[in-house]
Design a binder for this molecule. Structure first.
Ligand code: DX5
Ligand code: ZN
Length: 225
């Protein structure tokens, strides 16, 4: 069984109650969230629009935990001054959304932020291979991006294993993050066994079946053997 200490849990506020967002962010922070995952959707790269800078500022004002900002934005380089303005935040862009991925990654690093690249379920790992040495995170999307509450795509496990091999063989530092359909069950356990060390979880943490502390404990507990 993998040591739980090195697995980071990143609750995705997309599933939170936005009428009470500050309280929800404080609750996941108090319950031990390692990162707060923030989904920015532009209505172009993905059909939905989520929220923008004002809401991100409000989230930041309610937690000391670094934000893990997932930009589902076409050509995110144009909005880096908006979303990469606090150095402790981590910025993730999609390989599919960047015409000049290497340049975008370098610009984020130049701002002092940790940087990750996400790839959709239908995108091959080759899309990220040449920037892998530059990355703090590579994010395997285990659903098609655009909404919370979707089912984990099982083929993602093999992709996590393959990117882990690429990272190990190249002696790179990137952590493997997985986003979409993660629950406190085999989806989290098998993702960790495959090599993921950052788990994004939206509907598994913010739901009406259990309290936020219980949901966080269940997620952590599923790695203990
Ligand atoms: C999907 C988002 C995810 C989503 C995860 O496009 O990128 O971060 O909020 O939600 P769950 O964990 O419910 O699949
Ligand atoms: Zn996300």
């Amino acid at each position: 069984m993998v040591s739980e200490a090195r697995i980071l849990i990143a609750p995705s506020v997309l599933s939170a109650n936005f009428a009470d967002l500050g309280r929800e962010v404080r609750a996941v922070t108090d319950a031990g969230a390692d990162l707060i995952h923030v989904d920015i959707m532009d209505g172009l790269f993905v059909p939905a629009i989520s929220f923008g800078e004002v809401v991100v500022d409000a989230i930041r004002a309610n937690t000391d935990v670094p934000l893990n900002i997932h930009l589902m934005i076409q050509e995110p380089e144009t909005l880096l001054s908006t979303f990469a303005k606090v150095e402790s935040d981590q910025i993730l862009v999609h390989a599919e959304a960047c015409g000049h991925l290497h340049r975008t990654v370098c610009r984020i690093k130049d701002k002092g932020n940790q940087v990750g690249v996400a790839i959709n379920p239908g995108t091959p790992l080759s899309a990220v291979e040449d920037v892998l040495p530059l990355l703090d995170m590579v994010m395997i999307m285990s659903v098609n991006p655009g909404a919370s509450g979707q089912s984990f795509i099982p083929q993602s496990l093999d992709k996590i294993r393959r990117v882990k091999t690429m990272i190990d063989q190249g002696k790179h530092d990137a952590q493997i993050e997985v986003d979409g359909g993660i629950k406190a069950d085999w989806t989290a356990q098998d993702s960790v066994k495959a090599g993921a060390t950052i788990l994004v979880a939206g509907s598994a943490i913010f739901n009406h079946q259990e309290s936020i502390p219980d949901a966080m404990n269940n997620m952590r507990g599923c790695f203990l053997g």
